[in-house]
Design a protein around this ligand. Structure first.
Ligand code: SF4
Length: 363
């Protein structure tokens, strides 16, 4: 309820937690959040400017649009030119630039059939209304969206819909964190873990963060108090030489997540290797359509193979997603690259770090 939410925004309590933090911080604490909603929440609430200087905030690979690899973007842009196809997508992919700064919005203006949908289930109606076309849904994002898309495919099969395909570029969060932690060039002390993804997968899949790497990670809600509490907890543990994976968002996230959603997701998808923007190939970090569901597989239908290709010229999104650079360290930031004329996906998506930086720091 609204009242409950207000409690998590209480300025007095926030001040107390900030004071506690200042008192207990000895060294720099470099924390990464792995969820676009956290990126925005930290800026929007004003927290970013209140955090002590020794707290270094990094945005990780938590924005679904931003982690979508350049080759994946080019693949769906190529598909937009296919006359048989109606592409269905969430709105945030419309302006993501591919090779030659083309994007779906421009393709649409040039006559490609592209439909923005609000839920994957909308594609069922679209497919029924256009029996002569192949409706291809672009599936990007994490464990939050994948179960809904799996549910849509199950419903399409039940309804006998034969002209729906899914271009599956889904990725899973824990595998990416493992890849980041194993990279010695990346300097991280802990993670603020995503609320929505964790509501599906629970906390078990993150246990390796403490066990294998000796770092802490806390599943966290999106209000200022949630975030401050988690940061304080990580500072405390570091001071006592401990590392834990904890759940601070118990009002939404259960230890084992949402088993039903996981079951539906893995009934339709199976793990595969996937390319992440800036990070490259991470074994087992993607989801692909199982052979039993291949009648929906757009990659099979169109012979799409994703291979590593050149990064977007000049764009540093990759380094930002890995926590190596901050947006304002990109030479294009605020100059050649702005939300009105974005060069990279981190400036396009409202959940992208460059867009958040631009909106809340340059105002
Ligand atoms: Fe890429 Fe633009 Fe961000 Fe630079 S400012 S990293 S070009 S999105």
């Amino acid at each position: 309820s609204f009242e409950l939410l207000e409690k998590f925004r209480d300025p007095e309590l926030c001040r107390k937690l900030l004071d506690k933090m200042r008192g207990e911080l000895t060294d720099e604490l470099r924390f990464m959040e792995v969820c676009g909603t956290h990126t925005v929440a930290i800026f929007q609430s004003g927290l970013r400017s209140l955090l002590p200087e020794k707290i270094v905030h990094l945005s990780g690979p938590g924005c679904p649009v931003c982690v979508t690899h350049e080759s994946e973007v080019n693949a769906f842009l190529d598909l937009a030119g296919n006359e048989r196809v109606i592409l269905a997508t969430f709105g945030d992919l419309m302006r993501v630039p591919g090779e030659g700064r083309r994007n779906l919005k421009k393709a649409q203006a040039d006559g490609a059939r592209i439909k923005v949908v609000y839920s994957p289930f909308d594609t069922l109606k679209l497919a029924k209304e256009n029996p002569d076309a192949l409706v291809v849904f672009i599936g990007v994002g994490f464990e939050t969206t994948a179960p809904t898309i799996a549910g849509t495919m199950k419903m399409a099969r039940r309804q006998g819909i034969r002209n729906l395909r899914v271009l599956c570029f889904h990725k899973t969060v824990p595998t990416a964190l493992d890849a980041l932690l194993s990279d010695t060039a990346i300097n991280l002390d802990g993670f603020i873990l995503p609320g929505h993804v964790s509501a599906i997968i629970g906390t078990d899949p993150y246990d390796f963060i403490a066990e294998k790497y000796g770092k802490s990670a806390v599943v966290t809600g999106f209000e200022p108090l949630d975030i401050l509490q988690s940061l304080n907890q990580m500072i405390e543990w570091r001071n006592t030489g401990e590392a834990h994976v904890a759940n601070n968002y118990t009002r939404i996230v259960g230890e084992h997540g949402n088993p039903k959603a996981m079951e539906i997701m893995y009934e339709v998808f199976e793990p595969c290797d996937a390319l992440w923007r800036g990070i490259g190939m991470i074994p087992g970090s993607g989801l692909e359509i199982r052979p039993e569901w291949e009648e929906f597989d757009a990659k099979k239908e169109f012979g799409i193979v994703i291979t590593d290709g050149p990064a977007l010229k000049g764009c540093k999104c990759g380094d930002i997603l890995k926590g190596i650079k901050q947006p304002d360290e990109c030479p294009l930031f605020g100059k050649a690259c702005t939300p009105a004329d974005p060069v990279g996906p981190c400036m396009v998506s409202t959940e992208g770090s460059c867009a958040a930086y631009y909106k809340y720091k340059l105002d």
